[in-house]
Design a protein around this ligand. Structure first.
Ligand code: SF4
Length: 271
């Protein structure tokens, strides 16, 4: 793994960026600007690995987040500049922030004051949605976007690298509890991952292609249960810490989105 090829976001506000999925989007990063904090440690993470990106600065407080956001919104509003989305993303998992529910309330109030037409989106890895206060907060946002890369627990442990207590079945159960107020985002890729064992000279290589029917069929079955309002199908876009990963082809991504639409669920594709 080599996190030097990856990049971190400023905190607490970054951008605006022209997102492939969300238009002109102002980023809200609830993690420190000098490192990454996440309950996953995905081998494709554009912020790098948790071990190589340990932060030293604290997380920004609710007051700091809302003050910084208001400063930017006021300036954009006064200058007549557009804004389509405010997106919680950045250097890790936003719902890990202890003040996440109160920050959501504050951001929604600022949105209503300065850009009432803008959508508030949260990009999350779904590891905290078992907490009622997190789920309640996510029910208030326009785009509650939750990651589900596959339903293979082995694959998730290899690629997303959650805590040992993680259970994909439990996560799917909790995704169902949004009663359709959720958008699923799934990253498809090909390539391989090579692991070198620190004890001895062992090397093992794993295929990380999650585009075959062996992965797709159970994932589609999970979507039938969750009944999300949409599914975002995407692939690697920027440098990743693992150099041997590869993008899924546009044809494959289109095919997958088509399979989702056959279920009656809208699906977008980012190449
Ligand atoms: S969930 Fe997102 S932020 Fe966390 S490690 Fe994976 S890609 Fe990175």
């Amino acid at each position: 793994m080599d996190s030097s090829v990856t990049s971190l976001h400023a905190s607490p506000i970054f951008g605006p960026v022209h997102s492939r999925r969300l238009g002109v989007s102002l980023g809200i990063n609830l993690m420190p600007g000098d490192g990454k904090m996440c309950s996953f440690d995905c081998i494709y993470c554009e912020c790098g690995t948790n071990g190589e990106r340990t932060p030293h600065a604290p997380r920004p407080s609710r007051e700091k987040v809302l003050q910084a956001l208001e400063d930017v919104l006021r300036k954009r509003h006064d200058a007549g500049q557009p804004l389509h989305t405010m997106t919680f993303s950045g250097n890790g998992e936003p719902t890990l922030h202890p003040e996440f529910p109160a920050i959501i309330d504050g951001v929604l109030a600022l949105r209503d004051r300065y850009f009432p037409q803008a959508k508030v989106s949260v990009l999350s890895n779904a590891t905290m949605i078992h907490r009622p206060e997190v789920r309640d907060a996510l029910m208030k946002v326009d785009n509650n976007i939750q990651k589900l890369d596959t339903v293979s627990e082995d694959y998730i442990r290899l690629v997303d690298r959650p805590a040992p207590s993680y259970s994909v079945e439990r996560v799917i159960d909790h995704l169902c509890r949004f009663n359709g107020h959720v958008i699923i985002q799934t990253l498809f890729m090909t390539g391989r991952l090579t692991l070198r064992w620190t004890a001895g000279d062992g090397v093992e290589t794993f295929d990380v292609d999650n585009t075959s029917d062996a992965f797709l069929l159970p994932w589609l079955q999970a979507l039938r249960r969750i009944r999300p309002q949409g599914v975002m199908v995407y692939t690697i876009d920027r440098p990743t810490p693992c150099a041997t990963l590869a993008k899924a082809s546009p044809e494959v991504l289109d095919h997958i989105a088509g399979r989702v639409r056959e279920l009656g669920i809208p699906s977008s594709v980012s190449y």
